[in-house]
Design a protein around this ligand. Structure first.
Ligand SMILES: [Zn+2]
Length: 216
């Protein structure tokens, strides 16, 4: 196993809606607003959930067998389409049967503008609030302005089996363009700046070759 560290800066391009999940009822994808120090954050659980989904899309596009998350009964080793579980996604993100070798940490908002984080919810159409979750969502909404940066020098730390796993993470991070809640209302678009180290040495993920058998 190779020691991996990923540093992330997410630069927000449209207002970000934190404090609401991307999909109602999925606990792992439900961001909290602040950490114990009162700082506005994108929680590590949110990063992990969104990134897993993005990496699944990449892995499938590369022809890799991937189990069906997030329901435990169709994840490795329960998915019969994955002949040799765990699949490459569960090797990175884990499943109910396999622990993840990586830890996903909170990203913290850098230099918030005065007032920016205390306004009540913006752009939330209450007519959309057809279920209880939406009401909660409205109450917890807190906007972050354009150009805001969420950062963590140790956003992802742990170990990975091969360099290709780092490349898959990197490809997923490049694909991932939406953070927080409110994607359907055009909120939360942002790009991630990614730096990766394996065994303390900075790597160029784009230069890591994908094995031939994955392209077949
Ligand atoms: Zn799997």
């Amino acid at each position: 196993m190779l020691p991996l560290r990923v540093s992330l800066t997410i630069i927000i391009e449209t207002a970000l809606n934190v404090g609401a999940g991307g999909s109602a009822g999925v606990l792992a994808d439900k961001p909290a607003i602040r950490n114990g120090k009162g700082q506005l954050i994108l929680p590590g659980s949110h990063l992990k959930g969104r990134l897993r989904h993005a990496c699944e899309e990449v892995a499938r596009a590369l022809g890799q067998p991937v189990c069906e998350s997030p329901r435990p009964e169709t994840m490795c080793p329960q998915d019969p389409t994955v002949l040799y579980p765990p699949c490459i996604i569960c090797q990175i993100f884990g499943s109910p049967s396999y622990p993840s070798p990586l830890k996903f940490n909170d990203l913290v908002l850098k230099d918030p503008m005065p007032g920016e984080i205390t306004r009540p919810g913006i752009g939330v159409n209450r007519r959309l609030g057809t279920v209880e979750e939406k009401l909660l969502y409205f109450v917890e909404t807190s906007p972050v302005g354009i150009g805001a940066r969420f950062q963590a020098k140790e956003a992802i730390v742990g170990t990975i089996p091969t360099e290709q796993h780092a490349k898959l993470l990197w490809l997923g991070l490049r694909l991932l363009r939406n953070w927080g809640g409110g994607r359907s209302r055009g909120l939360g678009w942002g790009v991630a700046e990614v730096d990766m180290w394996i065994d303390g040495k900075k790597i160029q993920p784009e230069a890591i070759p994908w094995p031939e058998e994955a392209r077949a």
